[in-house]
Ligand binder design. Structure first.
Ligand SMILES: *Cc1c(COP(=O)(O)O)cnc(C)c1O
Ligand code: SF4
Length: 359
């Protein structure tokens, strides 16, 4: 907590939002920015500019530009050098029956209800919309999305995402969730939010009291590195869990941030200590400005293979590639094939096991 800031201010999410870091000068109160970072901030000012909450900035290493927290949120000129990157690699816009409703599956949708976030992650899949006014949702547009869901009875699972739905006020979020609850075929509502990681004070007791009135509500959050597993973040997850909300985690596999076995293991084991279930780890998409974050898929597969058998089964997330046609698991092939009547499988230690196949 910086000098001159009271604990009451620091833990007030409105204060945190108002005091976000938006310039190189403000950043230099937290870290010693490199020349490359300062240049990138200027060059990216009108493309995907940067915003950081003071809370998240307080986790950055002031001297190490390769700090895994800093690399997630401070721009680098490498973002300007990505010939393969696309603005919308999942062609989400083509899969939207109405604005910001993304349908990749018959029974469930992602509904991008908000274009704002507490901070902007440099690898954000929804860069094209985050912070861009054109993608903001007016109440009338939210109503159009709700109307589409109401008239599409196959939809049993609605994921509210964005941007970040918890940027909404409690009242606005409650209105939206209550509308969904009024649709008989909507069985579950999920919230995809990074605020437990980037602004944990947003998860207030009042928010949790509201959410518990609309169960079943599930939350998936987005921790990428063990340094993010702070007391404050753990408390935010605990408040959700005590309100009966199961909390899961989705990470992105990011080069130099979490693409080694030890870091991934510490992240996953730290999450289960907080009672947060590691759900997915995403392969980083071919997204503009992110070449420096991408990891080879074979390397990703090896990381999760190395965890299998060496930590609690439920601490191991599923490594997936998202495609315009849904998510595809990226798994080491443990099922090696058939030999006569037997099926041959590989154990976690790399040995083979022959199992007589039931007739
Ligand atoms: C990821 C995703 C979902 C949810 O998928 P689950 O595998 O059920 O978690 C739904 N819709 C879209 C468009 C998605 O990208
Ligand atoms: S919190 Fe999520 S939606 Fe927001 S900038 Fe980060 S990755 Fe993108």
């Amino acid at each position: 907590m910086p000098v001159g800031v009271s604990a009451a201010q620091w833990t007030d999410w409105a204060w945190q939002m108002q005091h976000r870091i938006r310039t190189a000068e403000q950043l230099s109160r937290w870290v010693r920015p490199t020349e490359d970072e300062v240049r990138a901030i200027a060059l990216l000012a009108d493309r995907f500019h940067f915003v950081i909450t003071p809370y998240y900035a307080s986790l950055m290493d002031p001297d190490d530009p390769d700090c895994p927290i800093r690399r997630q949120v401070v721009p680098r000129t490498a973002e300007l050098n990505d010939p393969a990157g696309l603005a919308d690699p999942l062609r989400e816009v083509d899969h939207s029956p109405v604005k910001n409703v993304i349908r990749a599956y018959p029974d469930r949708i992602a509904f991008c209800v908000n274009n704002e976030c507490a901070l902007y992650c440099r690898f954000c899949l929804r860069k094209r919309m985050v912070g861009d006014e054109e993608w903001a949702m007016k109440k009338r547009e939210l109503e159009q999305g709700l109307e589409w869901i109401r008239s599409t009875p196959e939809i049993r699972d609605v994921l509210l995402t964005g941007g970040d739905p918890l940027i909404f006020s409690d009242d606005r979020l409650e209105w939206l969730i209550a509308q969904l609850r009024g649709i008989p075929h909507v069985e579950i509502v999920r919230l995809g939010t990074r605020l437990p990681v980037t602004l944990p004070f947003r998860v207030t007791p009042g928010l949790c009291r509201m959410l518990r009135r609309y169960h079943p509500i599930w939350v998936n959050t987005h921790f990428n590195h063990p340094k993010e597993l702070t007391q404050e973040a753990a408390k935010a997850c605990d408040r959700l869990l005590r309100a009966g909300v199961p909390v899961g985690n989705q990470s992105v596999l990011l080069r130099g941030i979490n693409d080694d076995v030890d870091t991934m293991k510490r992240l996953c084991e730290g999450l289960v200590r907080m009672r947060v279930r590691p759900y997915y780890v995403y392969q980083a998409q071919l997204l503009e400005g992110t070449a420096h974050f991408r990891v080879q898929i074979e390397r990703g597969v090896e990381i999760f293979r190395a965890l299998r058998g060496r930590t609690s089964g439920f601490a191991i997330p599923l490594y997936v590639l998202d495609t315009p046609r849904g998510k595809v698991p990226l798994l080491h092939p443990y099922l090696r094939g058939r030999e006569g009547e037997d099926v041959v499988v590989e154990t976690y230690e790399g040995g083979l096991w022959r199992e007589p196949n039931p007739q």
